[in-house]
Design a protein around this ligand. Structure first.
Ligand SMILES: NC(=O)c1ccc[n+]([C@@H]2O[C@H](COP(=O)([O-])OP(=O)(O)OC[C@H]3O[C@@H](n4cnc5c(N)ncnc54)[C@H](O)[C@@H]3O)[C@@H](O)[C@H]2O)c1
Ligand SMILES: N[C@@H](CCC=O)C(=O)O
Length: 543
């Protein structure tokens, strides 16, 4: 047990390296990328103390060069998932009983390993496997993951320090116990940081975890496991299985010791999982915690008083960074008629200067979308817009999957504010713009609020403070992360806690104490120093 009330070293947000031409970090990252590109990686499952190589291999191909194989991942079975659950449950007691500062040390060390010796490797794996450019890899797989690990340790200590008051003669305490049973993390392809954070933050609070990453993110997932192992994470605490989503969910959710789901991914999958958990509620020993951060149809609404160049820049970065494959990506924009010609012109200039290609070339702003399904999906929206009487492709529109899944940044302009690409999540570099009459500002705000089921991120642009205030009120429930005169992407851990409501998720705010609270079950302890020896009230029966 701790012999002191420790304070954790806390250093704030990890500085983002610039990768300037000639910099040491650029040289190291490029050399690592090239080396890893030529090697054949084998990604195993991590179950208890075993590194499991089933021999049933799935290929890992860079989305920007789909004929090239960089390695294989070993697919598991449901027997592996059952073993992972057993190993997690076996590890539970010792891990849950470990003093918090020992758990904290492991994750702080993991953060330092990523900040130092693993930085180039985890960024290169993210560039190769998920086709992020170096700058996007740096903010995700290095900085955001490091921040999640360090800030969550800080939040954990804040939670533990939060204690009730005590009246005279008693001492009240609360104990923040991990959940009873095992927890289950399912993670998406698009952020290495999310993938590492979901299992890690549950483990940090003393839980044991079965983690199923996306089969499109296995390369960087392996680096995460290597880091956790090197940081000293005991066997069985986080077990990584490489199995099908639906079957794995069934095995975990039907288990009596299933204690919590930490999910990030699409809305339809999360809704199905929620239902499945409800259907199995009589099997579970405890009410499972359910946290899910899901899809978005994120908006930018620009008032006539806003600066056209600022709006255009926010749209280009917000909609097209990482090929629009951010849950937060700007994908529907409402632009006042008086500024639209200037906004379009600025966007055209920007898009004309954007090059599309492999992340190995650091001058490429846009690289490939994740796979053929994603490519076909974006292409479908573009082709339907080209054929539609209600929409027009005004910028971009080129798609080419001969080498990689490249979709050029595309802007659709529609006359129908409920046109399909104003409503549905595309998750690709396709932005749809609806131009409104300047005097219809209030109706437009209502439209923004009512058009989509999602409520993840959104941005408002205006110079007039009354207008901003009006927009903030009208859009109060339309976004969990709301931006004023900025793009709707790029939340930073500790600065903008992230998550949305409505169909976008449970809004438990990744990278905050609010999220960590979901992975603990509080025991309240009252200790009485001088225990009464007589049942009677002092004046009972006395007049
Ligand atoms: N709100 C957020 O914080 C946030 C962050 C990142 C991504 N996302 C969302 O994630 C989606 C993109 O990621 P994706 O393509 O990896 O999502 P996805 O839903 O296809 O997959 C997410 C995970 O669920 C698994 N899965 C798929 N089908 C399953 C099933 N039937 N049962 C159980 N698991 C299943 C996948 O294998 C993967 O591990 C987008 O909708 C995006 O908006 C949201
Ligand atoms: N937190 C990220 C988005 C994560 C979802 O894909 C952002 O704020 O842009």
């Amino acid at each position: 047990m701790p012999k002191g009330i420790y304070q954790v070293p806390f250093v704030g947000n990890e500085p983002v390296l610039s990768y300037a031409p000639g910099s040491a970090e650029r040289k190291e990252l490029l050399a690592t990328y090239k080396k890893m590109y030529q090697e054949i990686v084998e990604v195993p499952q991590y179950i208890g103390n075993k590194i499991v190589k089933s021999g049933n291999k799935g290929e890992i191909r860079p989305p920007h060069d789909h004929q090239h194989i960089v390695g294989y991942y070993h697919k598991g079975t449901q027997e592996d998932v059952k073993e992972a659950i057993n190993e997690a449950l076996k590890a539970r007691k010792e891990w849950a009983d470990l003093p918090w500062e020992q758990r904290a040390s492991i994750f702080l060390k993991a953060a330092d390993l990523i900040a130092g010796p693993y930085r180039a490797r985890i960024n290169a794996a993210t560039m190769i496997g998920q086709s992020k450019n170096a700058f996007q890899a740096e903010i995700d797989s290095a900085c955001e993951l490091i921040d999640f690990l360090r800030f969550n340790v800080e939040f954990m200590t804040q939670i533990y320090a939060d204690q009730p008051i005590s009246s005279e003669g008693i001492w009240n305490r609360v104990e923040y116990r991990p959940l009873e049973g095992f927890t289950f993390a399912i993670t998406p392809f698009n952020f290495t940081a999310i993938s590492g954070n979901l299992p890690a933050c549950m483990a940090m609070m003393g839980n044991v975890v079965v983690w199923k990453p996306s089969d499109k993110q296995v390369y960087s997932a392996q680096v995460i496991m290597e880091v956790f192992k090197e940081a000293g994470l005991p066997d069985g605490v986080i077990n990584m299985v490489l199995t099908g989503g639906a079957e794995t969910a069934k095995t975990c959710i039907e288990h009596p010791d299933f204690a919590g789901l930490h999910f990030t991914g699409s809305t339809s999958v999360f809704k199905a999982l929620w239902k499945q958990i409800g259907d199995n509620i009589n099997t579970h020993k405890t009410y499972p915690r359910i946290v899910g951060e899901t899809g978005g149809k994120d908006f930018v609404v620009a008032h006539g008083s806003s600066d056209a160049k600022e709006v255009a820049t926010a749209l280009v970065r917000g909609a097209f960074e990482y090929q629009g494959q951010k849950c937060s990506a700007a994908s529907r924009a409402y632009i006042a008629k008086s500024i639209w010609p200037a906004v379009k012109d600025e966007m055209k200039k920007a898009l004309d200067s954007i090059s599309v290609g492999s992340p190995e070339d650091f001058s490429n702003f846009v690289t490939a979308v994740i796979d053929k399904n994603s490519f076909d999906k974006s292409k479908g929206y573009i082709e339907r817009a080209q054929a539609s009487s209600e929409a027009e492709v005004v910028l971009g529109g080129t798609c080419d999957d001969s080498v990689g899944y490249f979709v050029h940044p595309t802007v659709i302009e529609t006359t129908n504010p409920k046109y399909e690409s104003m409503v549905e999540e595309i998750f690709g570099p396709v932005l749809t713009v609806y131009v409104f009459e300047d005097e219809k500002w209030e109706e437009t705000l209502e439209l923004v609020d009512q058009t989509s089921d999602y409520a993840l991120t959104g941005a408002i642009f205006a110079k007039d403070r009354y207008v901003l205030n009006q927009g903030m009120k009208a859009l109060e429930n339309a976004a969990g992360n709301f931006y004023i005169n900025d793009k709707p992407t790029g939340a930073v851990v500790g600065q903008q806690p992230f998550g949305g409501a409505r169909a976008s998720g449970t809004n438990d705010k990744a990278g905050s104490a609010m999220n960590l609270m979901r992975w603990i079950s509080v025991r309240t302890i009252k200790e009485t120093f001088v225990t009464p020896k007589d049942y009677r009230y002092p004046f009972l029966g006395k007049e």
